[in-house]
Design a protein around this ligand. Structure first.
Ligand SMILES: NC(=O)c1ccc[n+]([C@@H]2O[C@H](COP(=O)([O-])OP(=O)(O)OC[C@H]3O[C@@H](n4cnc5c(N)ncnc54)[C@H](OP(=O)(O)O)[C@@H]3O)[C@@H](O)[C@H]2O)c1
Length: 228
């Protein structure tokens, strides 16, 4: 039984990952911004015979991340999955929503870094893995304009995680990012290419094949390496 921490688990890909790992018999810490209102997660926990714990962590609130790490104590963590994200779409080059830029970086670049940082001792104890959900919009070959703050935050995230992968390799920790596909969730919408279950199953398999040799890789959900 592996210990899995999932941040951003209230719905979409994160919730589906929590369900997958719980059904596989793993010990799951499913984190979200509002545990009391996370009905689906709480229902999952109630049928899990104590294997799923619903906890609080908000990528935009470092204190909540530190508090979770404190609650976890010295428990080894085999896998940290940073999944949560937000999409703030700009209307065009004149858009001045710089609060949206700041929020995008807080939630999708700084928050996942803080999460890995807070759990470094736990990951080290298990020679564990940290996998963060990024996006194909982080990659230079992405051929479209717009979506400035989202793609910049995800590109920054990729660079941060690659740097971390180098810095923590000697401590036995693998660090990667993954594009989850274009997924039918609240963010992707109903016309997207794949279901949340297809995406989560792919991410599950990517996490399984992560190791110190391929640490730093930006993956696609189907196990291919994403050009970047
Ligand atoms: N869907 C796609 O096509 C697609 C494509 C590329 C990348 N992605 C990435 O995949 C990840 C999951 O997206 P999704 O499609 O599952 O979206 P979703 O259904 O809209 O779910 C977003 C999740 O992120 C959580 N979240 C939002 N702000 C957060 C914060 N400050 N701290 C922690 N969690 C927060 C939400 O929690 P609340 O319930 O509290 O709001 C929710 O659980 C995101 O990183 C997204 O950028 C998605």
């Amino acid at each position: 039984m592996a210990t899995i921490v999932i941040a951003g688990a209230s719905r979409g890909i994160g919730f589906t990952l929590a369900k997958l790992y719980a059904e596989a018999g793993d010990r799951v810490y499913a984190l979200c911004r509002n545990p009391a209102g996370a009905d689906a997660l709480n229902a999952l926990a109630s049928f899990s015979e104590g294997r799923v714990t619903v906890g609080k962590a908000d990528f935009g609130d470092g204190a909540s991340i530190d508090k979770f790490a404190e609650e976890l104590g010295d428990a080894p963590v085999d896998l940290l999955l940073n999944v949560g994200g937000i999409f703030i779409g700009e209307t065009g080059p004149e858009d001045r929503n710089f609060d949206g830029w700041r929020e995008s970086f807080e939630v999708m670049c700084i928050g996942p870094f803080r999460m890995v940082q807070a759990l470094l001792p736990n990951l080290e104890r298990a020679r564990g893995k940290a996998l963060t959900v990024s996006s194909q919009l982080a990659a230079s070959p992405w051929p479209y304009g717009g979506m400035y703050s989202y793609s910049a935050a995800k590109a920054g995230l990729n660079r941060v995680m690659r740097a971390l992968s180098i810095d923590v390799k000697e401590r036995g920790i693998s660090v990667c990012t993954v594009h989850p596909g274009y997924v039918q969730t609240d963010m992707g919408g109903p016309e997207a290419d794949i279901t949340a279950l297809e995406s989560a199953s792919g991410i599950h398999d990517v996490a399984a094949k992560m190791n110190l040799d391929n640490s730093g890789t930006f993956w696609k959900w189907n196990g291919e390496v994403h050009p970047w």
